[in-house]
Design a binder for this molecule. Sequence first.
Ligand SMILES: [Zn+2]
Length: 205
Amino acid sequence: MSVTQQSLLDAMDGVAMLLDHELRIKQIGEPNWARFRNDNSPQDPGGLERPAARVLGRPVTEFIAGDTVRATFADLFKSVLNGARSIVQLDFRCDAPALRRDMRLAVRPVKTDGQVRHLLYQSITLRVQQRPALPLFGTPVVDQDNDDILTLCAICARVAWPIGAPTGEREWIEPAEYYRRDGSDIALISHGFCEDCFAHIQDED
Ligand SMILES: [Zn+2]
């Protein structure tokens, strides 16, 4: 009896996926994928409701909201494929309204015949804490960048304040602080990077 690639992915912590050279999802660890999509509907309602079989063959970047976030992650992942980086590892927040969720994403090269042809993408939950509900974490996220609506940093989950202010004239505040400043409930949010997180990602090696 041999250990298969699928059985290894199934045994891994968190959401584990094998990506091909175009960042397409080739295989997914099944048990945790099912649990993850049940946990995580608010951040990507369209993407994560799908059974694993329905996401196979699609680029993992399709499930990342925000043009800048999507393009930056695609560049990071490709830098592991082409050998410019040995790994991408980032801690980020993926909250639900009443849960603070600290996550870690790691993307590592997988070699075939000495060449990096695939990536192992693994997203694990480091810590989950209950907290008073912050409705903005249940708000649907638009696919594109949009500075006119509330923008949430995809890494640290701070939000740009005031809404609609140009870059350089906005500060990034904790979501709880948004409500303390009488920020109202909103219909849609966008994902981006605060300046601190963007600088950190560029330095990450
Ligand atoms: Zn940030």
